[in-house]
Design a protein around this ligand. Sequence first.
Ligand SMILES: *Cc1c(COP(=O)(O)O)cnc(C)c1O
Length: 418
Amino acid sequence: MSFDINNHKQVNPPPRLLMGPGPINADPRVLRAMSAQLVGQYDPSMTDYMTETMALYRQVFKTENRWTLLIDGTSRAAIEACLVSALAPGDKVLVPVFGRFGHLLTEIAGRCGAEVHTIEKEWGDVFSPDEIEDAIKRVQPKMLAVVQGDTSTTMLQPLENLGEICQRYGVLFYTDVTASIGGNPLEADTWQLDAISGGLQKCLAGPSGSGPITLSDRFVTEVRKRHHVEAGIRADHHVDGAGERIRSNYFDLPMIMDYWGEERLNHHTEATSMLYCARECARILLQEGLDNAIARHQLHGNAMARGAEQLNLKLFGNQSHKMNNVVGVYIPENVDGEAVRSAMLNDFGIEIGTSFGPLHGKIWRIGTMGYNARKDAVLVTLSALENVLRRAGHKLPAGGAIDAAMDVYANARLQEGQ
Ligand SMILES: *Cc1c(COP(=O)(O)O)cnc(C)c1O
């Protein structure tokens, strides 16, 4: 067929309510920030926005780490920057795997040439600190790399006791908080984390495309040993570190720090629209207040889970370690899971999530995150799902889901004394 430009209409996506495990609908304020005009890479307003964004994300991560900045790319880029900069070929890393994203950390660390050791949990549960300490004793890794909230299983790995263990054994402590940040507690400094990477498209109410990270002094000292400034921008005062050169140019953290730091040494061109976006995501979150945002995710996540139970759906996984912002439910026997998801999307414009690996075809994942952690979004999703499930022949008490969710909201109001 010949090319005809008239066949290519302006972008005009269908209206959707995204209630899966992410991405979710962006907060309209974030979309407005992204449409702001560009400025030059070294325009004082641009460098001011960069510095301001660092300050905002220190608050989001609850840290005083100087090196708190953005990696351009989706969350996976931020993971890769942390791992490839710290792990030289042959370095040992321990990855506790309890879902798909633990496998991703394993895969990325392996590509860095690291010697990767894993411990595994059945999907739907998390590790105890003792299990991780035992593995650290055995493996003696340079780094512990663990996911906080693994959306593939909806589980939240407790991190608060792991920092102390890592300090005791001289291990760097890295975590991926992409799916959990903003909707579940995270205390970078109190929990003694050395490197954290995140993303915007879950509880931070933005699109994917920027990965905020924060690095402890201990971590920075390690990666700085591998500092090699590229030719073409190198000056006489640049001295190479003794460590092996980092195997990625784009994700070379010491060079990225030179760009975000006082020297403003050119590396990539910071993705300006994504910088505006990340800044707005953090600003909105902090204006709400971190604790309020976490409580909001807990409230709406809870309303969704109680509602789902009244749809006669069994919840997946260890509920005492469920993330606030996503719930897994078993697809009922005799119901075609993909037909239900299609009806939700095509008849109601609502997306709910399928799942990966061992859970594929077994559970749906329903998110209540970021801009969509809202009462109306929860109630509309439950009503639609009740209708679609009933028409698919699933037995359920009519109206039960909405009543259960409403009870959650009424109890929350009582507790607040309203
Ligand atoms: C959703 C998610 C990601 C997403 O990575 P992208 O590169 O932005 O697609 C990463 N890690 C975890 C734990 C997630 O849940």
